[in-house]
Design a protein around this ligand. Structure first.
Ligand SMILES: *[C@@H]1O[C@H](CO)[C@@H](O)[C@H](O)[C@H]1NC(C)=O
Ligand SMILES: *[C@@H]1O[C@H](CO)[C@@H](O)[C@H](O)[C@H]1NC(C)=O
Ligand SMILES: *[C@@H]1O[C@H](CO)[C@@H](O)[C@H](O)[C@H]1NC(C)=O
Ligand SMILES: *[C@@H]1O[C@H](CO)[C@@H](O)[C@H](O)[C@H]1NC(C)=O
Ligand SMILES: *[C@@H]1O[C@H](CO)[C@@H](O)[C@H](O)[C@H]1NC(C)=O
Ligand SMILES: *[C@@H]1O[C@H](CO)[C@@H](O)[C@H](O)[C@H]1NC(C)=O
Length: 835
């Protein structure tokens, strides 16, 4: 282009004709309806927009970008196909104007060209609803940044714009970009695919490197947002320096890159996610290679996932495993041959009507690159192809085409936009139907970079389905690691089962492993950082993942202690029975009568019953055995004790009360005082027992053993000590009373010396019961039941043998003393001794 052309191209409103539109050039094609196409055939580093000179940037001065050329061919192909196959738009010819935007440098000029009319004038109007611009829709551009710039212009007249590779999530905002649609899913899907990839290989400690621009910042922000609440942490994040336009490495840039590679080398993370345009990465990877840094998994964002120039860096395969997220590869039938044919036809012709419609170096790419192009081309091309078809389908319904023809009406952009948003058709097996954000949820792919020339350089290993948000693996990754296994990238090694994570530092992924304490367990699905306590009837050992039921410990028949106690009880029962028989046989003798006569049987029978109750202490407590223990047993005991008490009272009465308070003694004898007293005590005890039953429960409960948490002790009362106190308090009082009376009467005649034995029984009972209660107030373990039973049986024995034993001895071995005469002499002797 000469200086004249530069001037022309610099005009913002008026765009002059350079040449008449030529038929079927690579950049423009005449037609009834024109599509605008924006592709990156050349690329330079961002921020080098030539605003210092009043001229349109000259794209061809920059480096060729082969992928952009393929995308452009996809548009040609789609338009040709639609024009050839008359069923979609019969009788209507689509044309195009394609301009090279050279990445982000040349956005505005092509937009003005598209917006202007046939006469190159862009009129200033209040209402553009009946304005017809040069093109009916714009396909592209590729990067999110230039898409944003272009979209701001096109929104003014609601000119439909369909981009084929801009992923940014900002473009979802239909308030800002009402006329923008895209044939790719949004960036959040790309990031979701990355996260699922990391989850798949259990990488939770990753490094994020971003370009120092909006692209890097937006994506890393989105990634952090998405990672919140997941078990993946970012070890650190660094911004890569922006390279010089000529890719020369300055000293500053070099230092910065060195520092970043140092940091990478020091980190334990083996996964690096890189959000950056391809151009910012070359120097970085050169530095990585210079430092022989390897063994890392590089995860590429869509911007460089299929970049052939980076792929072609010498020895790059040494740097580790490269995985990338990119659009799905969906082969377009005939496109391969079409492109090959175009390539043979020579470089794209440059007879365009505006600036940057030329690419004389597009086919100058090295041979190896061409081979790769053959494999990789289809990726992304489908997105362009689908965009053109979406416009064609919308035109079809807007014009109201029939099978044979279409009325060639004037198409206003806003009408077409409306129709494009509604399209719903299937293209090569893929449903094309934009969602509410104007996105097309077509699948993404995870590719692995390969350097074997016979293979596709970007081999698909997994497909990500945006609708289901699911990653499905197609092929195993071949890891570039010494052992061929997936690298491990975690901050801390996973804990053993039953160990909780104790956070170290701010990252959830960095932790120490601590065994759960006994009595707690770790439920990994619920919480990995806290052990949960076991239910009350269960227990766990240190580091358990679940609890076990605590062992029930109760008296069992086969245990030695049980056998001893039961033998004692049996002995006691037999001896009591013997005593009963002896007393029965000698009922009329003075010895028996002095011992209480009929009252002896009132004592012996409950004793027998009490012995019979001993087996209820053995075995698992049930409602009935608890009832026996808590009511009958203790009732028998109370009757017995109250009998003894009343006996000891009577001894004192007989000798002291009778002489001092004869009238009271008269009443006592006349109204059967002893029996009334025993009956009263029994009723009182019944009241206590019933009251205690009503306030607590009779059904057995279990207690824990503080000494041994693995066992549970089934018990009749939740609180053993309290139950014991309630049951024995009255008996204790009675025993104290009995003891006192007996003590007072201790110097009575030797035949009446039962007072000595009563003192002995009561003392024994009192001491043993108090000791038992004291012991239980400090001890709650398994021994409680057996001790309780043992003490009770000993008390029974003490009462039975202590009170009745000496009398039986006298009855059996000294029958001469068991006479009325002997008794009388003894009483006389006592009375005389006192006087
Ligand atoms: C369209 O038709 C022309 C001529 O018939 C042919 O050369 C061209 O290859 C066709 N293009 C496509 C994409 O079918
Ligand atoms: C990298 O490796 C090559 C050969 O293996 C060696 O010559 C070079 O010095 C190494 N560079 C560094 C920075 O270690
Ligand atoms: C492009 O224009 C040049 C002159 O400007 C002409 O010689 C050439 O034939 C044209 N090419 C095509 C394909 O029209
Ligand atoms: C698109 O068409 C298919 C089949 O005709 C239908 O199942 C689907 O619901 C349509 N989608 C929308 C968004 O209308
Ligand atoms: C991946 O490798 C494993 C064995 O390492 C094999 O069982 C599995 O089938 C492979 N998967 C695919 C998709 O090739
Ligand atoms: C662990 O927690 C999950 C979720 O809260 C629950 O569904 C599961 O039953 C728990 N497992 C155990 C053994 O408690």
């Amino acid at each position: 282009m000469g200086p004249q052309a530069r001037v022309v191209c610099s005009l913002f409103f008026l765009l002059q004709v350079l040449a008449e539109p030529t038929e079927n050039s690579d950049f423009s094609l005449a037609g009834d309806y024109l599509l605008g196409g924006l592709f990156t055939l050349h690329a330079n580093v961002k921020g080098i927009i030539h605003l210092h000179y009043l001229q349109v940037p000259k794209c061809k001065e920059y480096e060729t970008k082969a992928l952009g050329y393929t995308f452009m061919q996809a548009m040609h192909f789609a338009v040709q196909e639609i024009n050839n196959h008359s069923s979609l738009l019969p009788g209507v010819r689509l044309g195009y104007e394609i301009v090279d935007v050279c990445y982000v440098s040349n956005n505005v000029q092509p937009v003005l060209f598209f917006l202007a009319g046939e006469d190159y004038l862009l009129p200033i109007q209040e209402d553009y609803s009946h304005y017809v611009p040069r093109v009916v829709a714009v396909i592209g551009p590729d990067s999110s940044e230039s898409t944003t710039t272009v979209a701001h212009f096109l929104s003014l007249i609601l000119l439909p714009q369909i981009t084929y590779s801009a992923f940014s999530n900002k473009l979802r905002n239909k308030q800002n970009f009402p006329s923008l649609l895209r044939t790719v899913p949004g960036a959040d899907h790309q990031i979701e695919a990355m996260i699922q990839l990391m989850l798949q290989f259990r990488w939770n400690w990753v490094i994020v490197l971003v370009s120092n621009d909006d692209y890097g910042r937006d994506h890393s922000h989105l990634l952090s947002e998405r990672l919140a609440g997941r078990d993946i942490c970012i070890a650190f994040q660094e911004a890569l320096p922006t390279p010089q336009p000529n890719q020369e490495v300055t000293r500053q840039e070099h230092e910065r890159l060195e520092a970043i590679v140092d940091k990478l080398q020091q980190s334990s993370a083996r996964v690096v996610i890189l959000f950056s345009p391809d151009l910012s990465l070359r120097n970085f990877f050169r530095e990585v290679l210079r430092r022989n840094f390897s063994g890392v998994v590089w995860i590429a964002s869509e911007s460089w996932a299929t970049d052939l120039v980076l792929h072609g860096l010498t020895e790059l395969h040494r740097a580790g495993t490269f995985l990338g997220i990119t659009t799905q590869s969906r082969p377009i039938p005939g496109f391969g041959e079409f492109r090959a044919h175009r390539a043979q036809a020579g470089p794209p012709t440059s007879n365009g009507t505006t600036c940057n419609q030329e690419c004389d170096t597009c086919l100058d790419t090295p041979k190896s690159l061409n081979t790769m192009l053959r494999y990789s081309s289809q990726r992304g091309a489908y997105n362009v192809y689908a965009a053109v078809y979406a416009v064609a389908h919308a035109l079809h319904s807007l014009l109201g085409c029939s099978q044979t023809g279409c009325p060639k009406e004037v198409v206003y952009p806003w009408q077409l936009l409306w129709e494009i948003k509604k399209v719903n058709f299937t293209l090569l097996g893929q449903r094309i139907c934009f969602d509410q954000y104007g996105d097309l949820p077509i699948p993404l792919e995870v590719v692995q970079w390969q350097w074997d020339l016979s293979q596709n350089p970007f081999e698909s290993i997994a497909t990500y389905y945006p609708v289901q948000r699911q990653l499905e693996f197609i092929r195993n990754v071949s890891w570039h690691t010494p052992n061929g296994m997936a690298p491990v990238s975690t901050c801390s090694k996973d804990c053993q089962p039953g160990q909780r994570k104790k956070p170290v530092g701010i990252h959830l992924c960095c932790f120490e492993c601590v065994d759960c304490l006994p009595g707690t367990f770790l439920n990994k699905t619920a919480d990995e950082f806290d052990c949960q306590p076991c239910p009350s009837n269960e227990w766990s050992h240190s580091g358990d993942t679940s609890c076990f039921k605590r062992r029930l410990v109760f008296l069992q028949w086969h245990e030695a202690s049980t056998i001893v106690v039961v033998m004692l009880a049996a002995l006691g029962f037999l001896s009591t029975l013997t005593i009963l028989v002896i007393f029965w046989r000698h009922f009329q003798t003075p010895m028996v009568r002095s011992a209480g006569g009929p009252m002896c049987f009132l004592m012996l029978v409950p004793l027998l019953v009490a012995y019979l109750m001993v087996p209820t202490y053995v075995g698992l407590p049930t409602v009935s055995t608890c009832l026996c223990r808590q009511t009958f047993f203790t009732l028998c005991f109370t009757i017995c004790i109250s009998c003894i008490t009343v006996r000891s009272f009577q001894i004192v009465c007989a000798f002291k009360l009778a002489s001092r308070l004869p009238r009271a003694y008269g009443y006592w004898v006349r109204y059967h005082g002893p029996y009334v007293f025993v009956a009263f005590m029994t009723v009182f005890k019944v009241a206590i027992v019933v009251g205690s039953l009503l306030t607590t429960t009779t059904s057995p409960t279990t207690r824990t053993d503080p000494e041994n948490p693995e066992v549970m002790i089934p018990s009749c009362n939740a609180n053993y000590l309290k139950g014991l106190l309630v049951n024995t308090s009255l008996d204790l009082l009675l025993s104290v009373a009995g003891f006192s009376f007996a003590y007072v009467g201790k110097e009575l005649p030797t035949n009446y010396n039962e007072a000595k034995f009563i003192t002995f029984c009561m003392t024994f009972y009192f001491i043993s019961s108090v000791s038992l209660c004291t012991f239980m107030s400090v001890y709650e373990g398994v021994l409680v039941t057996i001790l309780d039973l043992l003490v009770t049986v000993l008390n029974l024995l003490g009462i039975g043998l202590g009170y009745f034993g000496p009398k039986c001895y006298m009855i059996l071995f000294f029958p001469e003393r068991n006479t009325q005469a002997y008794f009388s002499s003894m009483i006389q002797g006592y009375t005389m001794g006192r006087d």
